[in-house]
Ligand binder design. Sequence first.
Ligand SMILES: [Zn+2]
Length: 277
Amino acid sequence: MNDRPLTLMAVHAHPDDEATGTGGVLARYAHEGVRTVLVTCTDGGCGDGPGGVKPGEPGHDPEAVAAMRRQELKASCEVLNISHLEMLDYADSGMMGWEANDAPGSFWRTPVEESAARLAELLRRYQPDVVVTYDENGFYGHPDHIQANRITTAALAMTDLSPKLYWTTAPRSMMQRFGEVMREFGSDWEEPDPDEAAALAEIGLPDEEITTWVDTSEFGEQKFDALAAHASQGENIFFLRMGKERFTELMGMETFVRVQDATGAPVPENDLFAGLR
Ligand SMILES: [Zn+2]
């Protein structure tokens, strides 16, 4: 072994995904002395603008939104003590079916080999022991999240590295609780129609299929503050409304599926670095 520090790399689609999906593990492992590297693939230009102006509405300027979100991302990284932030800066592709999917420079339109080659460079530079990204459906079908999964798989194949590889997921039991809290705190919450409800029921995994449960409840405050750094985005305001305590209760366990492993650490495990230290 060399003297390279133990390293965690998270590959995310947009500014703020690092906080919602992996804020707990990023804070926890930084606290344990692990080097943490965040790769954010897009500029988030399809997010909400100042004053909550939505993409496509008059006054929504993707470049200005991207500039604002870059500052928010930096603030979130500071809260989470992220060692290195790497931005690939592709244009946000928007939700599936939007025109932005095919806009020039969009992450979704960029050939996988091309963006994967850039990520492979970062993999070689940091040589992470653990890599975290989304599952093949991008957890909920967002094109940029799907693309993050694809380029991570492709980039790893371009290197001779074999880190533990994880996809973020949520246990179905938690999704159910999440639905209840949405009703409680979502002021504009509408009951999903049967099709939507069926699609929602497919998100996440049955509890018994989850390989890795990491308790990050001690770092709930940091995760909350990281998300608060992204307060310009409407969907985050819902979480912030909960307050730190309820938020930590709901979001204090981060769960993953281990999809690649050379350590042989038995599952279920409670540590992304099990078998590595
Ligand atoms: Zn996202």
